[in-house]
Design a protein around this ligand. Structure first.
Ligand SMILES: Nc1ncnc2c1ncn2[C@@H]1O[C@H](COP(=O)(O)OP(=O)(O)O)[C@@H](O)[C@H]1O
Ligand SMILES: [Mg+2]
Length: 307
């Protein structure tokens, strides 16, 4: 579990993160989204005990990031994939991983087993003896992911894991993250790829220095938009639209391309009346569905459109 309370970081005149208060539960995949410079990396660096907060506090599995002994323990139970892989280019993939695994104090038997498991799963076992300098960006990213996981951390921090990768490499990484999610690992994922966040995450935080929104994709969707029902029907007429508009719980009705968009309170209670109203006036209903807003809509609403 990760808990932050009014976590704040100032760099001289820049406030990178301000008053961040949130909780991420065990086993949750948390997506932290926001534009460049929003404070995502700064937050992760504070939680991984690489930099100290200016104000506020945070706890990782109950351990205090401000407490020197706890900081050491936290480093042992987290894995971090930083923005840049930071591997030793002249060393082979295997030697890189072995070096970092030694820093975590793993025995040589455990190191060998883990490295083989990870490189095999990530489909780079055959290249284990090649120097990392020869690897493509996607392959380096896989090695960096393996490094973050070599000591079987309870909590994994991933800072933009697919940024700069080609679509195929992104997909491999994303599928691997889905596997990690199934294992029940707690994952903190910084991303500006909204599609990725929507596919992988149970909970989303939108940050732009301050936390602008927090919740599951569904919660954010219903929080930022009223409920709406979409009705597709043949032979819709303006008279039918007026009849639906006059229903008290209906706030707004739009008719476009044979679809009626009805904004209303409590669709579960009021949809039957709307459907009846239409059918009584001769409409032939094809589909009745709920209007859903994607993460992209929410993001644009909070952060603003093209700049
Ligand atoms: N070491 C640093 N020194 C000064 N300013 C920094 C430092 N690290 C980050 N910043 C600033 O803090 C803000 C947030 O940066 P960052 O956390 O990297 O954002 P993100 O990861 O969301 O793109 C930016 O304005 C950035 O320039
Ligand atoms: Mg960043």
């Amino acid at each position: 579990m990760i808990e932050t309370v009014e976590l704040t970081k100032n760099f001289k005149e820049v406030t990178a993160v301000e008053d961040l208060t949130m909780t991420i539960k065990d086993g949750e995949v948390f997506g932290f989204i926001g534009p460049n410079g929003a404070g995502k990396t700064t937050t992760v660096r504070m939680l991984c005990c690489l930099i100290s907060p200016s104000r506020g506090s945070a706890f990782v599995n109950g351990m205090d990031i401000a407490h020197p002994n706890d900081r050491i323990k936290i480093r042992g139970i987290i894995g971090l994939l930083p923005e840049t892989p930071g591997l030793y280019e002249s060393l082979s993939a295997q030697r890189n991983l072995d070096f970092f695994a030694q820093l975590y104090g793993l025995s040589s038997t455990v190191r060998d087993r883990r490295i083989k498991e990870l490189l095999t799963t990530l489909d780079v076992w055959d290249r284990r003896n090649d120097p990392v300098a020869k690897f493509s960006k996607g392959m380096k990213q896989k090695i960096a992911i393996a490094r973050a996981l070599v000591h079987e951390p309870e909590i994994l921090f991933l800072d933009e894991p697919t940024s700069g990768l080609d679509p195929q490499a992104s997909l491999t990484v994303r599928n691997y993250l889905l596997d990690l999610k199934k294992e029940g690992r707690t994952i903190f994922l910084n991303t500006h790829n909204l599609d990725e966040a929507e596919k992988l995450c149970d909970k989303i935080g939108v940050i732009q220095r301050n936390l602008l929104a927090l919740g599951s994709p569904e919660e954010l969707s219903s929080k930022f938009w009223g409920k709406a029902t979409v009705i597709e029907a043949r032979s819709l007429t303006p008279e039918m639209v007026r009849a639906v508009e006059s229903i008290p719980s209906v706030r707004r009705v739009d008719l476009a391309e044979g679809k009626l968009l009805v904004e209303l309170d409590r669709p579960d209670l009021n949809n039957p009346l709307i459907v009846r109203t239409l059918v009584e006036r001769g409409a032939e209903i094809e589909y009745v569905s709920e209007l859903k807003h994607g993460l992209e809509d929410i993001y644009l609403k909070l952060i603003g459109g093209p700049r």
